[in-house]
Design a protein around this ligand. Sequence first.
Ligand SMILES: Cc1ncc(COP(=O)(O)O)c(C=O)c1O
Length: 375
Amino acid sequence: MFYFDYSATTPVNSEILAAFEKMNHQFYANVGSMHTAGTNANDKLSVARAEVANFLGVKSEEIIFTSGATESNNLIIQGVADARKNEGKHVITTMIEHSSVYDTYRYLEEFHGFEVTYLPVDENCRIRLSDLQAALRDDTILVSIMHVNSEVGSIQPVEQAIELIRTHSTAYIHLDMVQSFTKIPYTFANLDIDFASISMHKIYGLKGSGLLYRRTGTKLVRRMFGGMQEFGVRGGTANTPANMVVGLTIALALKESEQKHTYVNAFHVQLREFLQQYDFIKINTPEKNYSPYIMNFSVTGMNSDTILYTLDEAGICISTKSADVAKAQLPSRILYAMSNCEQRATSGVRISLSHLTTQAEFDYLLEQLTTIFQA
Ligand SMILES: Cc1ncc(COP(=O)(O)O)c(C=O)c1O
């Protein structure tokens, strides 16, 4: 198999899997139990949480373990909406969010009477700060922005957006950092945000494992009732062994992250040059402010599924859209938002790269793409 779908998910690192298995054997007791085994598991979980907090430069009690970013996003958006609905019923997000954010905002709009502003994007798939400033109101209680877009890899101007929001409103700031975390350079603690969502399976960790950053003092109403786990924000017996390897997952992802970025960017640049040879190809990933891990392009006159299936027959895995919506036979909401062009939105292809990508795999990909484009 030739895997080029790392933005959908990554293979789990064997060191993480081994550590997870070990934790399962050693610390299977319920962290809520009063006996020594339960207390030991609880102590170990506290150490694991502190380790994660240390990587992010935040406090331990600001880290909430979840089942992944979909849960984190739902908990943040619905939880803040519930907690602050008496202060205001206006919220802001963008037209290019992952469905776990976008659909949750739609839910607030449809079922809870919230007014939602969906910020448009420019041709580089970036929000305009002027649109954000114009949208901010006295009754805006939450703004959610994705750091790196999962389909085209554009990096949003989050530092400037944060400054604007802090200057012009009292809204909480939520970043979906799934595609940016450990993949592009920034210091988490320097971002003046209230909430963030992060997923482990995008960084060679376990599926069904993620976290939520919640700044101390912010208001959040729980979604999951049933127990006081995770500081009373998320009921249910925790997946302790999975949570115990989150720190290791982050440590490994951060290891040589600059070198990995440079290595992957060399493929990204090569791929761009290759695609630029064909005048029927429109590259959707911007030339500036992009994540090198993602390359998206549209092929005029070709449906993206045809390309996907042809490559699949050659043993190559790519995707056409984000995996969450890939099976829906609809144009890409993200490509449509940035191009306003239905043809471009139905012919998008996403190739996602990794530090695990080899030159031989990459050469094979180009060879197969050449066959398709020259047919
Ligand atoms: C930007 C973004 N947000 C959220 C998610 C959802 O993450 P998870 O699979 O951990 O629920 C994804 C996964 O594709 C994503 O790319």
